[in-house]
Design a protein. Structure first.
Length: 150
């Protein structure tokens, strides 16, 4: 009987501790969605990412556009840091970040013309979150996005 009670208490504590979300001082980044996987001139593309972080998240998100099958050479046309929006201060932070590009659209960060001219590019976008204490998340990749030549 005594061991059954101890075992039950152990299982209860294990269940409670496993059900809580884990926050770390290293940012965690997850891909939620992309607004389109086929991008034409005059359109915008929006990537939605979710994050968790223990402590202040102020820092940058780095974005890289890779076109791996263009003339046998990997083309890296975007490698830009973006400031993370300000989130309310709390010990554990969880939220969403959107990254928006325009393909020949004024007022948005630009996506370059396809480099495999005259063909379309199939690009992969990679994201890394870096906080103000230089903690870096794992690299996150988008699904392939076709960028159509004009």
């Amino acid at each position: 009987m005594r061991y059954t009670l101890l075992f039950s208490i152990f299982l209860f504590i294990t269940f409670i501790s496993c059900s809580k979300e884990k926050y770390s001082t290293t940012p965690s980044l997850a891909f939620k969605n992309v607004s389109t996987t086929e991008l034409h001139s005059g359109e915008i593309i929006i990537f939605t990412l979710s994050f968790t972080h223990k402590g202040d998240l102020s820092g940058n998100i780095f974005v890289q556009e890779l076109v791996p099958k263009c003339s046998g050479n990997e083309i890296d046309s975007i490698n830009t840091p973006y400031d993370i929006p300000t989130f309310p201060a709390s010990e554990n932070q969880k939220g969403e970040i959107t990254v928006t590009y325009g393909y020949n659209v004024a007022g948005y960060s630009p996506i370059t013309q396809p480099q495999c001219s005259p063909r379309n590019d199939t690009a992969i976008f990679r994201f890394v979150l870096k906080d103000n204490k230089n903690h870096v998340s794992d690299t996150l990749s988008s699904p392939p996005v076709v960028i159509y030549a004009q």
